[in-house]
Ligand binder design. Sequence first.
Ligand code: GTP
Length: 334
Amino acid sequence: MNAVVLVGGFGTRLRPLTLTVPKQMLPVAGATMLERVVAHLGAHGVDRAVLALGYRPDVFLDAFPDGRCAGIELVYAVEPEPLDTGGAVGFAAREAGIDDTFIVVNGDVLTDLDVTELVARHRATGAEGTIALTPVDDPSRYGVVPIDADGRVTAFIEKPPAHEAPSKWINAGTYVLEPSVLDRIESGRRVSIEREVFPAMVADGTLFALERTGRWVDAGTPETLIEAALAHLDGSAGREDAIAADATVDPTARVESSWVGPGATVASGAVVEGSLVLAGARIGEGAVVRDSVVGAAATVGARATLDELTVVGHDVTIEPGAVLRAARVPSEAE
Ligand code: GTP
């Protein structure tokens, strides 16, 4: 079974971390987002993952020089220009010569969805496409997908105003598609799968969906990236470490509900709470890092305070004593 994995977006909501590292190559605790997504697909019978690449394809190619990730064969499809979600699926599937039922996933969604069940349901209904749905408290940032008693999708409402959403069930970013869907995607131009392709399939009555609860995190923002990492650590029953084996945490420092990456150091008296400290980052003496992300090889000076979803870019230095709340360093303007 082939899967197209969408990984070509700019990841603007995770800047500055994504200025040099594409979103799916950021760590979610001990493994990259992409490794986790591909391993999950592999566990459900996928043996070839086609990466729909656009932004910084070089980082993916360098990371998997033998063309394999989590034991699965990778195919690289590099778009000449951003084609949006539908255009990317069309381009990647054509490049890889896909001509049978295939899976599509958003490369930034971490889930324990039973993909095997989704495929089985897709085949049983004879659908042209089957989408997994997940419930969320605030559907206004997502595509809301009402279905009838047979599971047929009756509408596809992208980002509805908060109180106008007909349900809490949203597009969870995992699809099973027939190759005929590719005929609906014009090549060479931007096509949104959510705004163009799926509504056309709804109109033809060929799109079905499956409502499933379970673990689901769209790890595309600093808040949800932290959430995804902590969920992995919670769910891994001690098999993965919140503090990487070769990280150094001073005995007088306090690290709680956080992940400290390989080679990172947390100096005496420092506090790290609800945060991610990426590989090789250094947290200075007495510094406080709360609900924030510190990029790889960044330095947080002694007694500095980072709070309220502050994001420090890779290799950045924060001066001793600085106080940052809800800050991005460097900021967009710099
Ligand atoms: P933001 O800039 O933060 O909104 O993120 P994004 O555009 O990178 O991701 P978004 O969550 O909006 O897109 C869903 C998935 O599709 C992500 O896995 C993206 O990497 C991917 N994606 C979005 N646009 C494109 C595109 O034009 N080409 C390709 N290949 N992938 C895309």
